[in-house]
Design a protein. Structure first.
Length: 456
C-alpha cells in the first residue's frame, strides 16, 4: 500500500512531466526533421487495361489533358529528400471505368515505406470521350501541283507501292474523311523522278483532317512522275485512187491542223520533223468533188511518241484532211506556124503549111493548168512519110491535103482529138517555075512602074 501510494504521489506533476517530455520530443523532431510539402508537376497518368475498351470495338480520347496530374506530397523533410519526380506514379485502371466515362487516378510515391506520407493530386479522375471505332478503305489520289519547265509535259503520275489506304479511328472523325491525297510537285521539272510524300486526309470541303486519333495503314506513298519533252511537228498527207471520168485531183491535199505538238523522249524527238498520213487513208476513187476525211493522227505517230493533250484548243487528235477534186475543162489554142516542123518530105517535093488555114489544138485539163499553157512553147511535127504510109501512097501528087500534126503538150493537160493542118504539096519543078514566073512578073511590074514615074 505504501508503494502504491508513493506511485500516485504527485500524480499531477508526473503527468505534466510526461506531457512536457512529449512536447519536447515534438519540438525536437520539428526542429530537426520538420514536415514539408513538395509539388511535382506534369506527372503522366499510366492508363492500364485499355484493351478492355479497344477489344470491344471502342475508341477513347483523354479530355482536357486529364492524363497529366500535378502531385503534392506532404512528409518529413528527410523523406521528401529521397523522393524525385520519377518516384511518383499515377495510374488509371480502365477496369474501373464508370458510366460517366471517368477513371479514378491512383497515386503513390516510391521509397516511402513505413513513413507517414500524404499524397494528393490536383485532379482525381481521367475524363474520357468514348465512341465506336470505325475502319474504312480509301483510294490514294494524287494532286499534281506546279508546272514543268517550258518544252516539257507531265506524261504520267502514279503511285508505285499501291493506291489503297486503310484508316481507323473514332466514327465521328473517320466518317468525315472524304479523300486521301498525296501531293506531286512538278514545278520546273525537266526529267522523270520518284518521290515519297506524306498522305493527307481531307473532308468533303477540302479541309485537312490532322487528328492523331485516326491511324493509317501507311503514312507515306511513293510516287513516280514521268516527264517528257515536247516538240511541234508538221502534218502532211497524200491521196490514192482515180476520180470519176471528167474529174481530176489537183494534187492539193490540206491538213487542218497542219502542225501538232507531240511528246516523247528527247532522243526520239531529235530526228522527228513531221508525220505523214499515207495515201491509202484518203481514197479518191470515182470522186466528183473534194474528198474530206477525219483521220486520227495518233495511229501514225512513231512508237514512244504521243500527242500532247490540247483539248483546251478543241483538238482531239483528229485531223481534217481535204483532197481537192475539180472537173476537167476543154480549151482550144492556135498553134504558131513557125513551131510546126514538116519532116520526111520525099526528094523532089515541097510540102508547106497553108498560110490561110490556121492550125488549132484542143486541150483538156484543170483550168489552172490550161491557163498556164504558153502556145508559143507548143511545138508540133508533120511526118509526110508516115502520112503516105497510112494512106497507102508511094508517090505524092500535087494539091492541098490535110495531114496530122503531132504536138508535144505540157504536163497537166492532154490533147483532145487529132490535130490536122492543111498543107500544099508541090513538085519542086513546079515550084521553081512558079518562082520564076513570079520573078518575071515582078520585073515587069517594076519596069512599068518606072515608066510611069519617068517625066513626060
Amino acid at each position: 500500500m505504501k508503494k502504491t501510494g508513493k506511485l500516485f504521489n504527485n500524480i499531477g506533476l508526473k503527468i505534466l512531466a510526461v506531457i512536457f517530455s512529449g512536447l519536447l520530443w515534438l519540438v525536437s523532431v520539428n526542429i530537426n526533421d520538420p514536415v514539408d510539402t513538395e509539388i511535382y508537376r506534369n506527372i503522366p497518368v499510366e492508363l492500364e487495361n485499355t484493351s478492355l475498351l479497344t477489344e470491344e470495338g471502342m475508341t477513347y480520347e483523354v479530355l482536357d489533358d486529364t492524363d497529366r496530374v500535378t502531385v503534392t506530397v506532404r512528409a518529413n523533410r528527410s523523406v521528401l529528400e529521397n523522393i524525385s519526380a520519377s518516384d511518383i506514379t499515377a495510374t488509371a485502371d480502365f477496369s474501373e471505368l464508370s458510366f460517366t466515362n471517368t477513371v479514378p487516378i491512383r497515386l503513390s510515391a516510391g521509397r516511402t515505406s513505413g513513413n507517414q506520407v500524404e499524397i494528393r493530386g490536383n485532379i482525381d479522375m481521367v475524363r474520357l470521350a468514348v465512341e465506336e471505332r470505325m475502319e474504312r478503305q480509301l483510294v490514294i489520289e494524287i494532286d499534281q501541283v506546279g508546272t514543268p519547265a517550258d518544252g516539257y509535259i507531265v506524261s504520267g503520275v502514279m503511285t508505285t507501292d499501291g493506291n489503297a489506304l486503310r484508316i481507323s479511328g473514332p466514327q465521328s472523325l473517320v466518317s468525315q474523311v472524304s479523300r486521301a491525297v498525296v501531293e506531286a510537285n512538278v514545278e520546273g521539272l525537266t526529267e522523270s523522278i520518284n518521290i515519297s510524300e506524306p498522305i493527307r486526309l481531307y473532308d468533303a470541303d477540302g479541309n485537312e483532317i490532322t487528328s492523331s486519333r485516326i491511324s493509317k495503314s501507311v503514312s507515306t506513298s511513293s510516287v513516280s512522275i514521268t516527264i517528257l519533252q515536247t516538240k511541234e511537228i508538221s502534218v502532211s498527207a497524200s491521196a490514192s485512187g482515180e476520180p470519176a471520168a471528167g474529174y481530176e485531183a489537183t494534187g492539193v491535199v490540206t491538213c487542218a491542223p497542219d502542225r501538232i505538238t507531240v511528246a516523247g523522249r528527247s532522243s526520239t524527238l531529235a530526228s522527228l520533223e513531221s508525220v505523214v498520213i499515207p495515201p491509202e487513208a484518203l481514197d479518191l476513187t470515182d470522186a466528183e468533188e473534194d474528198v474530206v476525211e477525219l483521220i486520227d493522227i495518233r495511229q501514225y505517230l512513231p512508237d514512244g511518241v504521243s500527242l500532247v493533250n490540247t483539248s483546251a484548243d478543241g483538238f482531239n487528235g483528229r485531223v481534217t484532211v481535204t483532197a481537192v477534186v475539180e472537173p476537167l475543162e476543154d480549151a482550144t489554142r492556135q498553134l504558131v506556124p513557125d513551131r510546126i516542123q514538116i519532116l520526111n518530105v520525099p526528094d523532089g517535093w515541097q510540102v508547106t503549111l497553108d498560110a490561110g488555114d490556121p492550125v488549132y489544138i484542143r486541150l483538156r485539163g484543170l483550168q489552172e493548168n490550161l491557163d498556164a499553157v504558153d502556145v508559143s512553147q507548143l511545138s508540133g511535127t508533120i511526118d509526110v512519110a508516115a502520112w503516105m504510109r497510112e494512106n497507102g501512097l508511094s508517090l505524092l501528087t500535087e494539091g492541098n491535103v490535110d495531114m496530122e500534126v503531132s504536138v508535144s503538150v505540157p504536163a497537166g493537160v492532154s490533147q483532145v482529138g487529132t490535130v490536122r493542118a492543111s498543107v500544099n504539096v508541090m513538085a519542086e519543078t513546079t515550084a521553081a517555075q512558079g518562082a520564076a514566073g513570079e520573078a518575071a512578073a515582078g520585073t515587069a511590074d517594076a519596069g512599068a512602074a518606072a515608066q510611069e514615074s519617068a517625066p513626060g
